[in-house]
Design a protein around this ligand. Structure first.
Ligand SMILES: [Zn+2]
Length: 123
């Protein structure tokens, strides 16, 4: 994958991460019961697609059903942004977590935190 494009997407991801964090902090101020530990709160599936990983994830996702949907969406976004930045650091960015094929550049430009290619996403 083109290094320049990765740099460009990395910058965008970092900016977006700050925006999402700011939005989460704004929500947290409205609810003093929420703690500022966004990175650890959401279940980490670590890209595992085994049945056990999905089941654990599903239980925890269910528990999130009582929370603000906006906050939930922001946390997922923040988690995916962090995963994407982590992949860039490891030189693994741009590969589909499911089929390991390169994710289409057009898709990454629109959605730089994408974890799956179009084909796998649609399944
Ligand atoms: Zn795929």
């Amino acid at each position: 994958m083109d290094k320049k494009l990765i740099e460009e997407l990395k910058e965008r991801l970092e900016k977006e991460r700050e925006i999402v964090k700011g939005e989460l902090q704004a929500i947290a101020k409205k609810d003093p019961n929420l703690k500022d530990d966004w990175d650890s709160k959401f279940p980490k599936l670590n890209g595992e697609f085994g049945g056990a990983a999905l089941e654990t994830g599903a239980d925890e996702v269910e528990a999130y059903g009582n929370r603000l949907p906006v906050e939930y969406a922001l946390e997922i976004k923040l988690r995916d942004i962090n995963i994407a930045l982590d992949k860039i650091a490891k030189g693994e960015y741009g590969k589909c977590e499911n089929c390991r094929k390169e994710i289409d550049e057009k898709r990454l430009r629109i959605y730089p935190e994408a974890r799956l290619c179009m084909d796998c996403q649609e399944k």
